[in-house]
Design a protein around this ligand. Structure first.
Ligand code: SAM
Ligand code: SF4
Length: 355
């Protein structure tokens, strides 16, 4: 079943074990799989204070997630990022990661990674290492405990810092995801980057994205990363670096610290031509593009057809729908050029689609 702009249409596609290549010749090798929409935090830019969550029966079971992941690996996906909501809050996630780890250890999956808020990281580290996870992204927008508590609506920063330390001690490389917020952390970004680079931690700054309709005050928190880069260049020499991921990050090297700085500006179109990724929600909905609502339901074929033929057909259909580029916006004065395209604000939040 495919949902396009609200209505459902059904389409058949040929069953094929071939790699996942879309209509524009882009090979999909990277999947972000959200394992839950729930979270122990309520970051102001991500969720509303009284967020309602999906009924548990709607979520893919761990068995279904594993079958889906192995199927995708069979179709050439070689990087899998587990995300959420907060992935570490779902019971059974460490066993799931250990199972996926067998794909890493067998050489069928090049990389298994995780995006986490870090609050439950410390105790999870041994299982992550066992699963062959070599690097993780930890999201943390401030190093001030009171600001952290406010931005996350109740979070304890010390748990995140302990988690990062434990991960590094176990040899897991950490990258810090920091959402740039005009009011809450713009003036602190220099200190956060200094802190991270001193510890060998790369930083990705993320521009607030216009996902979800119910989040108040987002426009006031928006700051363009172009302006942030200007701020940082008043302290440091920040020079373009060669690193690239096929995603929305542009990389820079801070000459004075030697550390890496990614600027993630999903409002720009700079990465669509090389986009190699799709996202799957915890209910098995496949989104081909972060900026579009088109989606394909994988849960129904997973549940209805034990042979994987339905899954294969659904994926082929999805590939045909992956758009050439996205088009969304936050506020008219923050708009980058958008080439006269349809302007659009997806209704879902990052906690549903995964980061
Ligand atoms: N809970 C985990 C975490 O926070 O890392 C994983 C899921 S979270 C949705 C993934 C990433 O999305 C985080 O780095 C978070 O800061 C980012 N994020 C959430 N809402 C966002 C928004 N509206 N704009 C930009 N980034 C957002
Ligand atoms: Fe939770 Fe991550 Fe969203 Fe914060 S950004 S509310 S930690 S899912």
């Amino acid at each position: 079943m495919i949902e396009r702009g609200g209505g459902y249409i059904t389409r058949m596609a040929a069953v094929s074990p071939s790699p996942l290549v879309d209509a524009f010749g882009r090979r999909i090798s990277y999947v972000r799989l959200s394992v839950t929409d729930r979270c122990d935090l309520r970051c102001t830019y991500c969720m509303s204070e009284h967020q309602t969550f999906l009924p548990r029966k709607d979520l893919l079971t761990w068995e279904e997630m594993l079958r889906l992941s192995r199927f995708l690996i069979g179709r050439g996906v070689d990087r899998l990022r587990i995300t959420g909501g907060e992935p570490l809050v779902r019971k059974g996630v460490l066993d799931f990661l250990r199972e996926l780890g067998t794909e890493v250890h067998a050489g069928r999956l090049n990389e298994l990674t995780l995006t986490t808020n870090g609050t439950l990281l410390k105790d999870a580290v041994p299982a992550l290492a066992e699963a062959g996870i070599r690097r993780i992204n930890v999201s943390c927008d401030t190093l001030k405990p009171d600001v952290y508590r406010r931005v996350t609506r109740g979070g304890d920063l010390s748990k995140v810092l302990d988690g990062i330390e434990a991960a590094q001690a176990a040899g897991i490389k950490v990258k810090l995801n920091v959402v740039a917020l005009q009011q809450d952390n713009r003036a602190e970004l220099h200190d956060i980057i200094t802190f991270a680079h001193k510890r060998g931690i790369g930083v990705s700054l993320i521009e607030t994205m216009p996902l979800g309709d119910e989040i108040a005050g987002r426009e006031a928190q928006f700051v363009s990363l172009k302006d942030v880069l200007g701020d940082l260049q008043s302290f440091w020499q920040v020079v373009p670096a060669a690193e690239t991921t096929g995603g929305p990050a542009r990389y820079y090297r801070v000459a004075e610290t030697g550390g890496l700085l990614g600027l993630i500006t999903p409002l720009s179109h700079n990465f669509c031509d090389t986009c190699n990724r799709v996202r799957i929600t915890c209910t098995g909905r496949l989104y081909m593009c972060l900026g579009q609502d088109d989606q394909v339901d994988l849960r129904e074929p997973l549940r209805a057809d034990a042979t994987d033929a339905g899954l294969s057909a659904a994926l082929d259909t999805a590939l045909a729908l992956k758009p050439r580029r996205h088009d969304f916006f936050i506020a008219s004065d923050a708009l980058p050029e958008h080439d006269g395209q349809r302007i659009h604000r997806p209704a879902r939040t990052m906690s549903l689609t995964g980061g």
